[in-house]
Ligand binder design. Structure first.
Ligand SMILES: Cc1cc2nc3c(=O)[nH]c(=O)nc-3n(C[C@H](O)[C@H](O)[C@H](O)COP(=O)(O)O)c2cc1C
Length: 279
């Protein structure tokens, strides 16, 4: 038992005082969700096939649009394929140290094959089909993270695989109407990790009508709360050649710099080449 309450965990997560959940003990599923953290450093111990299957069974218990279940997961086991995957995400120095790797895919192929096998047309190959399978894969991915954490494993998604989406897709033999949403590094955590501060509900939750009139002031407060917990050292600032070394380098400056150069412009072309209609 713990004397901590859910309110304490919410305070840890947002860095703001709250009385919400003060009378709720900090245990059970809610406490685990509030304590989520990505893990990128792992012990060398393997994850057994059985445990992986258990975690995947829980992950695939996620809800799915129209019960279509449009997610597929590739478990990367062959050392040669794994080495190639590691090389394709070379910017992620932590990936080779993850004992297990998976790739979560949006899969609009199955329903198309089923329609064909049942002698029915599939006149829905437009943007909504892409969105539905991408969302299904995202929900399975999020449920996988929760399930892995529930058994003491740690993990971190790898969207960087989309920088080399064609090569990843070819390497994994992904057919038409299947696309890789994100990889996942998985293992037994070597470190406790840390709770990463989230944006306040004052800007992420709206009542009745969207309102971001106070956005920049709220972001400024968030930047400062984050900085007081984990300041970014000057050597970790991005694009200092272009934008200099900022005296105060908060989350918003980091994200604005991150998105100041084009990324993954080839995605629409790749998806179109795989048969996804994006109109
Ligand atoms: C779809 C998705 C893709 C991600 N891709 C990467 C990635 O390529 N590399 C990485 O280090 N972290 C990646 N992350 C992890 C995020 O950076 C992390 O969730 C975020 O910083 C918040 O930290 P937390 O998960 O510890 O709360 C990804 C997360 C998600 C949900």
């Amino acid at each position: 038992m713990t004397d901590k309450t859910i309110a304490d965990l919410i305070e840890d997560r947002f860095g703001l005082p709250t009385e919400d959940g003060r009378d709720m003990p900090a245990n059970g599923e809610l406490a685990a969700i509030l304590s989520h953290r990505s893990h990128r450093r792992f012990k060398p111990d393997p994850v057994s096939d059985e445990l992986l299957r258990v975690v995947l069974a829980a992950a695939f218990s996620a809800p799915a649009k129209s019960d279509l279940q449009q997610c597929s997961v590739i478990v990367v086991k062959d050392p040669g394929v794994r080495a190639k995957m590691n090389a394709l995400v070379a910017s992620q120095d932590w990936v080779p140290g993850a004992p297990a790797m998976l790739v979560f895919c949006g899969d609009n192929r199955r329903i198309r094959k089923i329609s064909e096998a049942r002698g029915k047309p599939y006149p829905n190959g437009h943007l909504d089909s892409f969105l539905n399978c991408a969302v299904d894969a995202g929900i399975v991915l999020a449920t996988f993270i929760r399930s892995a954490e529930a058994v003491g494993l740690g993990c971190c998604p790898i969207s960087v695989i989309r920088d080399r989406i064609e090569e990843v897709s070819d390497l994994l033999g992904l057919p038409d109407n299947v696309f890789p949403l994100a990889g996942m590094g998985l293992g037994w955590p070597a470190q406790k990790g840390w709770v990463s501060l989230r944006l306040p509900q004052s800007i992420t939750v709206h009542t009745d009508r969207y309102d971001d009139s106070n956005l920049l002031a709220e972001i400024d407060g968030y930047d400062r709360r984050r900085d007081s917990r984990f300041a970014t050292p000057p050597e970790k600032q991005r694009m200092t050649k272009e934008y200099g070394t900022a005296e105060f380098y908060g989350w918003s400056e980091d994200k604005a710099r991150q998105y100041a150069t084009p990324q993954r412009k080839q995605l629409a072309g790749f998806l179109a080449s795989k048969g996804f209609g994006l109109d």
